[in-house]
Ligand binder design. Sequence first.
Ligand code: M6R
Length: 591
Amino acid sequence: MCGIIGYIGDKQAQPILLGGLARLEYRGYDSCGVALAGGTLEVYKDAVRVEKLAKVSPQLDGTVGIAHTRWATHGEPSRVNAHPHLDCTGKIAVVHNGVINNYQRLKQQLISEGHKFVSETDTEVIPHLIEKYYEGDLEKAVEAALREVEGSYAIIVLMADEPGLVAARKDSPLIIGIGDRENFIASDVPAILGHTDRVIYLEEGDIVVVTGDSVRVSRDGVEVDWKEHKVSWSVEDAQKAGYEHFILKEIHEQPRVIRDTLGEYISAAEPIVDVADTSLESMLILACGTSYHAALVGKYIVEELLRIPVRAELASEFSYHGQSPATTMTIVITQSGETADTLKAMKKLKEAGCRVIAVTNVVGSSATRIAEQTVYIRAGPEISVAATKSFIAQLMALYWLALSYSVLDMRTRDSLIMELRQLPEKVQQVLNNEDMISECARYLSKYENAFFIGRGINFAIALEGALKLKEISYIHAEGYAAGELKHGPFALLSPDMPVIAIVAQDNTYEAMLTNIKEVKARGSPVIALAEEGDEVIGELADSVITVPQVAPIFSPVVNTVALQLLAYYTAKQRGCPIDFPRNLAKSVTVE
Ligand code: M6R
């Protein structure tokens, strides 16, 4: 989704803005642009990568500017639709993240008043509205313009000859980075890493005026105090550290991520979730995409360890039909904390009187503001669009939560906790198997379709394995409950349809072997994921990826890491843009 950055200070703005844009690339984008102010505004934008924009835009002199990466919603990716957008005078420039729902009506009105539009975007109404209301005070003009606007926005406004930048947010995140004789405005923390670790997370409805040495925040026309936070992420966390791709680095970081996340939960004096007035008789877990797959694993974990019924639901569906009694413990899982569908479901639950607990990676994100309680995972910045380490960290939060309230006897619980603590080593063993997995990937990369099958707790991992493969390698992949394949998808089995089968050492084992035989009998090649020491599987499958032995409840962890590597090396073999797949965005801030 769109990314925005603004700079004002005593340094040349252009390299800082372009550097910030490069760190926002991970959000997913199709065009980008920059505007700098001196006496006039200089704007360079196009449907190109940031690297190209940096090469083609001339050296601009100026210490204040704004920049944007655009993920097209209204109008194709093109130079004219790229941000910043200008008013008629060419003196007011705006970058915007979000969607203006009533832009068509506003545009018609502004056209009838003589304003000329050049793009197909919803954003362009904002600079024209500001122009309309400008009477010498930019902040007041922005306030008046935003009163007319319906929808979501994080905007930065730059005006030639104005001493400061004006920014505002509603349903779209925006932060201020505080520097020494310089300040930053950005859609998220990675944009400003390396410049400052001091940030203000703006609240809903905030309008802020930022100069090189001051930050003034107002809400509903009244100046409000702001709170400074220290960011724990470093610039190195958001770099590739010698790996060819961010995703490979992030896959390899997982032993550390497990240690950090668990370490924090284990050392906490209190349980990570305060169950308060929820009776822990039932649970609802909501999420989207990969986080939804974590929710599905969570369902199995909690049902097994707490013996209560759990619903795992897609947040995007729940917003329209779902309901939950206030006594149900409600958890939402979201890496970014900004997924529009998830936030919508959270708001609906809150309005119905439910206490919502957010599991997220991003401090100060919108989910943390809506939730009653937040459980942070310690994944660090996840730059690759495809989620890897955040998924594993989400599982750690769910394991720990379930173990904290489990109905198991003390001995069984302690032995599971001991196994949980050994997971970093087990994951490292999977990573050490990289060469073998990349051999399987070479084979898989020749196909255009694949099925992933699993049973029980690993059904969710079949879904996640398929999602990872399709999003980064562009192979059409479907995750299926192994027992369901014969109820229809069997029609697709053939030598051109490989099946990746997750074989866990639990009560599903025998049934999985039967399913594999059925698949083989219909001509599909089988790649099996199986535990070390499984003597049988080698005779059934065409190739076997082995994973270390773990308690069945932890098998999703080692299996996921193996499937992440399989997807990565398959995508690499096919020459795909692995970190930034086409059409995708890291945080999906539109419905
Ligand atoms: O930030 P969130 O966890 O809420 O994001 C949800 C999905 O958009 C996300 O998991 C998406 O499916 C990933 N690209 C998958 O790799």
